[in-house]
Design a protein around this ligand. Sequence first.
Ligand code: SAH
Ligand code: SF4
Length: 363
Amino acid sequence: MGLTKGELGDYFLSLGEKEYRATQIIKWVHQKGVSDISKMTDLSLELRERLVKECEVRVPEVIYQADSMDGTRKWVISVGEGDLIEMVLIPEGKRATLCVSSQVGCAIDCSFCATGKQGFSRNLSLDEIIGQLWIAENSFDKSKDIYKRNISNVVMMGMGEPLHNFEPVVKAMGLMLDSNAYGLSKRRVTLSTSGLVPQIKELSKHSDVSLTISLHAPNDELRNELVPVNKKYPIKELLKSVRFYVDKCNDSRVTTFEYILIDRVNDSLKLARELADLLLDFPCKINLIPFNPFSESSYKRPSNNRVKRFQEFLQSKGYVVTIRSTRGDDIMAACGQLVGKVNDKTRRKERNKKKELIQVKSI
Ligand code: SAH
Ligand code: SF4
């Protein structure tokens, strides 16, 4: 699971085998979902016996699965040492979108995000990232057609900041697009980022998947508060890097800007106007995400009227604006609710608790 086609090719060359064996293995594992090497019948018996001794196809361990009333499904996966990650499958008519995690926890610590509040443990490896797609794809019945693809879209929007885990994420997205593996179109694989400027520029050298930017505020003062990494990479720099990425894509690419709406924090008409001015001339869509509450947060979701008002203002300025419907909140699978279990190496939870204690004392 943890090897790209190139790396598998090198492995076979080192065995004195032909490089194209790598493509055969990729097809068995990722296209047909076969993890038992002895069943890979286009390899000679001798080679299969050798591979069985030397290798294994290790699939991540699912420890819990929950189905929402609305068809959304959440898996909890153990990645060792008590760390748990979550992934979510969202069926929508003919589409099925898988929301994939890239890290155990997240170091960015956005003020509105449950994953961020959990602190950070570690990056996921390639096998742990692509293994999520493997598990979800093979949870469907394939007895009639082993080649049938059930998952049409992948969004790197689960736990973690994907661009903080650059190499494994880029390699995993490579397998997602590879026609011998999952064969997804580059427009249907989306990387969502809080806005790491150097990594966005670097990504353009390796990939041309769809990019989504978690903007959430139209000015630096407010964004510094909501998305702390903005202090390092302010909005102007961020937009420049996104333009650079889009220009390199060589097609008429539209960037999606995500804007979480938090009651009385960033949902005023004044800010909608600022946002409209900021993104003028930028080929983009705006996706509004009404805040999903969780217990450690005192933020509130705005009323539907306030959400509509924000949307209609932007639409009146000519923007395409969608409102993300909340899916799977009955099983805590909605945006920002993925927490897994994080051995917090940053000790953020502890520090936050101390802060609260000091506040209580001072009251
Ligand atoms: N780290 C990346 C990808 C994971 S977060 C990023 O920030 O883009 C995926 C999306 O969920 C982001 O747009 C994020 O802003 C949103 N999100 C986080 N917490 C949320 C909450 N409590 N309610 C609604 N959306 C939330
Ligand atoms: Fe990390 Fe994204 Fe959550 Fe921010 S919103 S803390 S970047 S996972």
